[in-house]
Design a protein around this ligand. Structure first.
Ligand SMILES: *[C@@H]1O[C@H](CO)[C@@H](O)[C@H](O)[C@H]1NC(C)=O
Ligand SMILES: *[C@@H]1O[C@H](CO)[C@@H](O)[C@H](O)[C@H]1NC(C)=O
Length: 407
């Protein structure tokens, strides 16, 4: 090998190392008790049945419920056949345990960690001391990076794994219409997009994370926060679904999907007459479902072998009637629930299964109404996939062009 070959090999190795990640199982919340695939995945990373020792962390819970919530998860893990499952007793009422020698020695015995949901701000509060890793977090980080110990989390337990610009609240409509995201939660505007001015654990370093994703129509808030933070990639994980990361690849398991937003080709539109209105053009959105794989080194997707391209075999002649609730607003509610959960995902999948090339949706709220245009631009690599697994129909797609602007 000549010197140039060695240098280029070193560059490639460095690049792979920069994007490689020790095992993570990032769950989008509302994990069903019977979601065996996800529980089993965590157990497998932890050494397998009858071997895994799971440490459950419920620092995101209301401290009154922390112990009971951990017991709930441990019972499930035991039911799926682990060697041992223990609550790691750190919560807002027991924050000092983050440096207790007994708690640290309990942590050291674990072969897998599971962070439950609740509020990511509580998890921060419990695991950082003056914004520095507490001994407990530093030990978990060390086990993860040096011994490949898996870290899993659900909902807030997933969100906390990212670095800067960790989302702390907000609805998509507010996110796209407000002047800019707040670095604090504004009690007067609880539906506004807010983020933590301090980083999360920074264990997942490849982009922004968000959960309960399609169900709560969080596409708008993710895209706004990506644009604001100038971070290029965002991963939005649906409920009862996991992004399983091992090395340089992430695979989707569970019921729903994972949205991936790519901001590399955006154009921001600034209308001179309405300078304060935020608009964006050409975000590329992909949606991965069961068994689809994302390669973090190349930012490319390999769809499950049992799915095939929809191009040329679309069922519908036209996309469905445009929606007037593209972000699944909670204000369009039935019994305090969202009337149209998953709306943008449903509309997007339907577009790929139609012969039409574009569609749009409007926000439920008006004054101002916002429009989201969705376009299958084959020149930018747009393609839809579909397949059946255990009689369930799965859709997936890549490179859907998304434009958001004032109607
Ligand atoms: C993770 O990847 C490594 C290396 O490719 C492999 O040996 C291991 O089996 C994988 N772990 C799981 C739980 O799939
Ligand atoms: C949605 O409803 C909530 C609660 O009534 C309200 O505070 C909020 O302003 C509404 N959002 C919009 C965008 O209308």
């Amino acid at each position: 090998m000549n010197i140039w070959k060695i240098i280029s090999l070193l560059i490639v190795i460095q690049f792979i190392m920069a994007t490689a990640t020790e095992p993570l199982v990032l769950i989008g919340g509302a994990l069903a008790d019977e979601n065996e695939a996800i529980y089993q995945q965590i157990i497998n990373f932890g050494g397998g049945n009858q071997k895994a020792r799971i440490g459950v962390i419920t620092a995101g819970s209301d401290p009154q419920d922390a112990k009971a919530n951990a017991e709930y998860y441990c019972n499930l893990f035991r039911g799926y056949g682990v060697y041992d499952c223990s609550w790691i007793p750190i919560d807002l009422d027991h924050k000092e345990n983050n440096q207790d020698p007994q708690v640290l020695s309990l942590i050291a015995q674990m072969t897998a960690f599971f962070f439950g949901g609740g509020d990511q701000e509580r998890i921060s509060e419990c695991f950082f001391n003056s914004h520095e890793d507490s001994p407990a977090l530093s030990l978990i980080r060390k086990l993860h990076t040096e011994q490949n110990v898996v870290i899993s989390g659900s909902s807030a337990g997933t969100t906390i794994m990212q670095g800067n610009y960790m989302v702390t609240g907000g609805e998509s409509y507010n996110a796209v219409t407000q002047d800019k995201p707040h670095s604090y939660i504004d009690d007067n505007y609880p539906d506004d997009l807010s983020y933590d001015p301090y980083p999360g654990f920074n264990i997942f370093t490849l982009g922004l994370l968000d959960t309960h994703f399609s169900q709560r129509g969080r596409e708008g808030r993710m895209i706004r926060l990506l644009d604001f933070s100038r971070i290029s990639y965002g991963f939005g994980i649906d409920e009862n679904t996991a992004l399983v990361i091992n090395g340089t690849k992430g695979k989707v398991i569970g019921e729903g999907g994972v949205w991936v937003f790519n901001m590399k080709k955006i154009n921001e539109k600034k209308d001179e007459l309405r300078a304060s209105d935020w608009e964006i053009d050409n975000v590329l959105g992909s949606y991965l479902t069961l068994d689809d794989e994302y390669d973090f080194t190349t930012n490319s997707i390999t769809f499950a072998s049992w799915k095939s391209s929809l191009y040329g075999r679309e069922i519908h002649n036209h996309p469905m009637t445009p929606t007037d609730d593209i972000f699944s607003s909670p204000n369009n509610s039935e019994l305090k629930d969202r009337r149209n959960p998953n709306e943008m995902e449903i509309v997007s999948c339907d577009l790929f299964d139609s012969k039409g090339s574009d569609t749009y949706g409007l926000t439920y709220e008006d004054d101002p109404t916002y429009e989201v245009d969705l376009t299958k631009d084959r020149d930018q690599g747009a393609d839809g996939y579909q397949g059946y697994f255990n009689d369930i129909n799965y859709y997936a797609f890549e490179n859907l062009k998304i434009d958001i602007f004032r109607y």
